[in-house]
Design a protein around this ligand. Sequence first.
Ligand code: ARG
Length: 461
Amino acid sequence: MSNRMWGGRFSEGPDEIMEEINASIDFDKKLYMQDIAGSMAHILMLEAKEIVGSEDAQKILHGLDTILREIEDGKFQFSRGLEDIHMNIEARLAELIGPAAGRLHTARSRNDQVATDFRLWVRDTIDVIDGQIAELMLALTEKAQEHANQVMPGYTHLQTAQPITLGHHLLAYVEMLARDRGRFADARKRLNQCPLGAAALAGTSFPIDRYMTAKALGFDKPMSNSLDAVSDRDFALESLAAAAVAATHLSRLAEEIVIWCSSEFNFIKLSDKFTTGSSIMPQKRNPDAAELVRAKTGRINGALVSLLTVMKGLPLAYSKDMQEDKEQVFDAMETLSLSLAAMAGMIRDLEPENRFMRRSANAGYSTATDLADWLVREAGMPFREAHHITGRVVAAAAEKKVSLDKMTLEDLQAIDARFTDDIFNVLSAANSVKSKTSYGGTSPQNVRVAAKEWLALLNRK
Ligand code: ARG
C-alpha cells in the first residue's frame, strides 16, 4: 500500500530497506510534546484567521490533547510505516476525529514543522543544561571557599611551577563554566525565532499570522526568510559547539581528577559513590565516573563535526540529509547533561588530602620564582639577573639534595652576597600564595573574595 500521507501519485509501497533508511520515528518520537504544541499553536492561528472553521479546529485541538495523553501513558502505537513523529501524530488524529484532521496541515509543511519542533526541543534543553552548569559552578565554588587556604602545586607542562591554592584552581573552572553558560545563552538568543509558516520553502498563499504562532510558542519573532527558516540548522550547530566547548572543559577537570586520585599524586579522595572497585585487585578505587566524563567528550565533539559535515554541502532548501541532525543533538545534549550531573556529584563529595597537597606544593623548588622576585625587590636586581642567580641556587640545592628552604644562609651567600635572613620568609608555599595578591592572583584572600562574589551571583536566581 502506498503512503497514506503522500501516496497519491504512487502505486506501490516502499521497499523494506527504503522504510528502514527513511524512518526517523525511532528517535524523533522524542519531539512529540513540541510537535503537539506546534500543531496546537498552528490550528489556533488557522481558526483565528478563519482559514479553518471553529468546529474542525476544536475537534483537532481535542484530538491532539488525546494523543498527548496516549503518548504519555505509553498507549500510543508508533509506526515505522508512518516515517516520523509528525505523520504518526497526524495519522492518529485522523483515526480519532476523521477527515477534519486533514485540515491541520493547511499552510504548513513537515519542513517548517520539524524545524519548529527541533528548535523548541533544543531551547528547552539549553534551559536544563544552563541550570545544571550553574549547579556545578555552585559545587565548585563551595569547595573553593572551603579550601581557599589549601596549598597545592600549580603546573605548567605538568611540571611543578608555582604554589597555588586549591580554591583558586577550582574557581578557574567556575570561570570557564560561566563562559559556557554565556555561549548557550547566545545560541538560545539567535535560536529563538520561529520557522512555522514558512511552509515547504516558499511561504504560503493563505493569510496566516506568523507572529501569532511565534508568540504562542514563546519565540521572539517569526524567521524572516522562508527559505532560511526551513534550511537553517545553525541553531543546532551553535548549540553543539557550545556543548563541545563545555564538554571539553569537563574533560580537562575529569583528567585532573583522575591524576589527582592516583597514588603517585594522592591529592584528593573521591567518595565511594563516585568510584568503583576491581574484581581482581582488592585495593583499587577507580575514578570511573571521571574517566567516563573525559571519554564522553569524544561523543559530544563528534556530534558537532558530524552535523557540520552533514550540512556543509546542502543546497537550499530542505534535504532529507537534515533528518540526520536529531540523533547527534539528542545524544550530545543528553550526554552533556549526564556528565554535568556526574561532575557535580564528584565535586560535592571530593575531599582533598591536605598533607600530600601541602608536601607537593613545597617540593620541586616551587618557590624558586619567589626567590628571584625577592632578589628583584630587596636587592634591586633586574629580573633576568635574579633568574640566573636563582637558577644557580636551585642547582646547588639539587646537588645538596635539599629543598630551597633547607639551604643555609651561608650556602646562599656563597652564590650571592646580597642574600639576607629575610629570604626564608618567601620560601614556603604558604607564604608564596599569600603574596600573590595581584588582581586575579592565587592568594587565599583573593579566592575568598572571588568565591563570595560567585556565590552571590549563583544564589541570586
Ligand atoms: N522526518 C523529517 C526530518 O526529520 C521531517 C521532514 C520531512 N520533510 C520532507 N519533505 N520529507 O527531517
